[in-house]
Every structure is written in structure tokens, then in C-alpha cells.
Write a protein of this length. Structure first.
Length: 279
């Protein structure tokens, strides 16, 4: 699907690099098919040397030479970047935005033209090819465009298709979710230290436990409640620990965290929308 396509990245930061790595690692692209831009020459040098792709400090060169353009710049600088390159956009090019909180219609408004657009919300775990991404189609995106986007983001994890109005919820759950898990693992490791384990051993045990539990959920496709019941035996250790967690309101706290993060994403999205539209 990408064999004869030129893929361009506007922005070669962590997300951009993760996607470049995924495309090359999955043999979906050859290095000569990829070009990226960044304002930092030292960053471009690192990416070129590490992956063998082309690099430039000129965003316009990326757009002119690419069939697929991935907007991987920070939301705060999206407006000047789009204004710089919009004259090179046309319906022969697929534009994929991974800028958090930037709606599709705001990108079109800023560009001053209709575009073949797809918006994707990945999370930081794409950096270890275990990310999860939600893909939303713009008004003019075709099925082939969505499959191209899915191919790209499946190279760094898993992806699903959702309507754009659900992307704030995605941000609150999976976008911010790694931070919640890191906090939980840190707390579990602290608990391990408290009951006599070394810091390194406790952290390894906590991290691998989370990884294994997640893998069980994905591979068995069982309801988490059923798997939880498999671990708990009458009068045993797990049920005693779960009782303490419920007393501490862990379930309610996590639900509230996702809800608050979702609302924050909506508020930031409105700010970005107004900024791109110049209102």
C-alpha cells in the first residue's frame, strides 16, 4: 500500500521518529521513500544518520516531494506551519494530523482550502511499537486513505476507527493513560520496597505484572472482571488487596481522572480551533 508512496513528516520529534522507525522496522517503506523536516539541524542530522532518511529544514520541500504528509508538529505552531505550506496541498496528497486537540475543520480553515485529511490520536507508547491510535476521517478522506493511515499506525501498535467527536475521550483515556499506569507502577514499586523488596526488583515485578495482565486481556479477550475473579480465591491475598483498593476509591478515582482529562482536552481543542481560525 505504501510501496510507491513518498511519505513526508513535518516535525521529526519523538512521535515523528517513532513512526519513521515503525515504517522502516515493518518494511513498509524504504529510507529513500521518507523525508522529514525540523527546525533543529542537529535533530535532522541524528534522524538522517540513524535511519538513512532524507531531512530538510524547509517544510515546503517535504510537502512538494510527498504523497502522504504527516503533521507531527506541536499544536502551538500548527498555524504558521500550515500557512507556510498550504499552497502546496492538493487532492493528490493525503494529510494526516497527529496534533492533539486540533480539529480537522480548523486545519482546513487555516489552509484556506478543502483537503484530503485524516486525524489520528496516538499515545506515547508508539515509541516502543506498543501504542494505540484512534483514526478519524475528514470529509474528503476515502476508504483507501483510512487504510493507509491504519497501515502506518499499526506499524507502531494497534489502531481503531472512531468519529472525530470521540477523540477527546480517547485523549482522556489512552492518550493520557500511560501517565496513569506509570503512577500505578511507581506506587506498586514503592509498596514492594515497603514490604522488603529492593527498588530494582520491585520495579521489575510491578512493570512485568502490568505488561502480563494487559497481554492476558488482549489475547484472551475475556472481560477484566472474569480475569480478576481467576486471581482471587476465597479468603486469599488478592481479595484482601482488592478490598483495600475499593476502600481507597481507586476505581472512582481512575474514572474521574479520565473524565477530567477528557474535559481538559475539549477545552484545549477549542483554544486551538480559535487560534487556527484566527478568532
Amino acid at each position: 500500500m505504501l510501496r510507491n508512496k513518498q511519505v513526508g513528516f513535518l516535525g521529526a520529534g519523538n512521535m515523528g521518529e517513532a513512526l519513521i522507525h515503525g515504517l522502516l522496522h515493518g518494511h513498509l517503506c524504504k529510507p529513500e521513500q521518507i523525508i522529514c523536516s525540523d527546525v533543529r539541524p542537529e535533530r535532522l542530522k541524528l534522524i538522517r544518520e540513524k535511519y538513512g532518511v532524507r531531512g530538510t529544514t524547509h517544510n515546503s520541500e517535504v510537502v512538494k516531494q510527498s504523497d502522504i504528509i504527516i503533521l507531527a508538529v506541536k499544536p502551538q505552531i500548527m498555524k504558521p506551519v500550515i500557512e507556510e505550506v498550504s499552497k502546496y496541498f492538493d487532492f493528490n496528497k493525503l494529510v494526516i494530523s497527529i496534533a492533539a486537540g486540533v480539529p480537522l475543520d480548523a486545519i482546513e480553515s487555516c489552509a484556506g482550502k478543502e483537503l484530503k485529511l485524516v486525524r489520528v490520536m496516538p499515545n506515547i507508547c508508539v515509541s516502543v511499537r506498543e501504542g494505540v491510535s484512534a483514526i478519524s476521517a475528514g470529509r474528503h478522506a476515502q476508504k483507501e486513505d483510512l487504510m493507509i493511515a491504519k497501515t502506518i499506525f499499526d506499524s507502531v501498535g494497534k489502531s481503531i476507527f472512531l468519529e472525530e467527536n470521540l477523540l477527546d475521550a480517547v485523549t482522556g483515556l489512552s492518550g493520557s493513560g500511560p501517565a496513569y499506569i506509570f503512577l500505578i507502577v511507581d506506587a506498586l514499586a514503592d509498596a514492594g520496597v515497603k514490604v522488603g523488596l529492593s527498588r530494582d526488583d520491585a520495579l521489575l515485578l510491578a512493570s512485568q505484572t502490568v505488561l502480563g495482565a494487559a497481554k492476558m486481556l488482549i489475547e484472551t479477550r475475556e472481560h477484566p472482571g472474569k480475569l480478576k475473579d481467576m486471581v482471587t480465591s476465597p479468603g486469599g491475598t488478592a481479595i484482601a488487596g482488592l478490598h483495600t483498593l475499593e476502600q481507597g476509591g481507586v476505581r472512582t478515582t481512575l474514572i474521574n481522572a479520565v473524565e477530567v482529562a477528557t474535559q481538559r482536552s475539549k477545552a484545549l481543542g477549542e483554544m486551538m480551533k480559535n487560534n487556527l481560525k484566527g478568532t
